[in-house]
Design a protein around this ligand. Sequence first.
Ligand code: SF4
Ligand code: SF4
Length: 464
Amino acid sequence: MNTEVSENSTVASKALFRDVEFDNILKCVHCGLCLDSCPTYRELADEKDSPRGRLYLMRGLWEGELELKPQVIEPLNRCIDCRACESACPSGVPFGELLEKTRGIILENKSQSLKERLSRALLLKGLFRSTALMIAASRLLKLYSALGLPKLITKTFVGKLLPKSFVFQQHLLPDCSGESFKQKHADKNFLPLQAHESQKVDSQIQQTNLKVGMFTGCIMDVSEKAIHNSTLTLLRHIGCEVVIPGNQVCCGALHVHSGDRKTAREFAVKNLAAFEPRNLDATITNAAGCGAQLKEYNHLFAEGTAEAQKNWRGFENNIIDVLEFLSRYAEKLKKLPFREEEDTVLYDAPCHLMHAQKVDENPRKLLSSLPGVNLVTLTESNWCCGSGGIYNLVQPDLSNAVLERKIESVRQTLSANPGASSIVTGNPGCLYQIRAGLRSNDIDLRILHPAVYMMERLKINGSP
Ligand code: SF4
Ligand code: SF4
């Protein structure tokens, strides 16, 4: 991120926070118990790059003692927003909310380079707003992969001629489908499978009488379609009726993390309008980052505004991660014909599932309960992988250092469990990042979403 600050950005910062609810920062008692959980502090060993240090900086801005200068902005930009510090904090400091509000103020009050303005306009405000553009980008990337260009760059001398970060980005590319899952299934009602074609397979499963919606995201909507197909099929197999609202949009997480709260507000209002009128019993997400964002839409709207009066709590309380949801129906899952062959699989907890949504135990219990499955949690499963939305693109060096720790934890866990077949993790950003780390370190281990893994263990056809 560019940190150049214009003359007028040195206006008293206190005024910039006037309409922002920020009192929760006072909960911080400076105990430092969060320091050891912070990946950037571990890498840089500098208090400014720790949660406590960043809270000092934010409080200084809020109280008007600091100005929007590079030495204040840069440590805030280096935060991955992984929220591990929230899990460690005994005082309940809502670090992510405070950081995201501060980044919003910084974005609105600092000058941006032409490159940053262009990339925001083309990507965050352009591409992510349009399903048609997403499909076009997905087709281009699919073609790019089909031509073998990523392999040419990563596996031959060509990579040596190119910048390291560009070579690494080839490993990060998603497996694009070239089509939109949301468009393909827009507004269809998928009935519980026992109600028609799978009757012969799982006739003991009773319909749950639940009608749920699926949130499909933006990048996920046009890539890794196996994750959405598996989610949909598992939900139907436990007896849910599933609908995929065709007018849903991106959750806005990447925007919020980078300070663009205005675009995120626009998306929040659209998603509320897409899901609320359908009277769903639950809205299912299979990307931890999207789930965390959807559950915190109320943070985007200042008290007293017309938008803040909308039913955000009702919407947010309906959001649930697919693994957490499935874990509530363990009895129904037990009746499905899962394979029984023994398999050891490693588990990595996505930060936005564990630290932001506070969901950890149930997904692990669910996966461990599958017949024959020996689930082994990575030694540092609770540590960030360095993905952080687009953090791996805007802070590549620090992101790589954090990823190296994650890969080291994979190596350690693998050496104790040499027969492990795969790693599972419930967030696409983590999946891409760890997969890139495995590929660039020549570690022959596949990584997949837990829903895909569960479908692989089922002895029935999974296509919707
Ligand atoms: S954020 Fe929490 S854990 Fe960290 S210094 Fe403040 S009170 Fe202590
Ligand atoms: S969100 Fe993560 S990177 Fe940022 S201060 Fe907290 S622990 Fe450190």
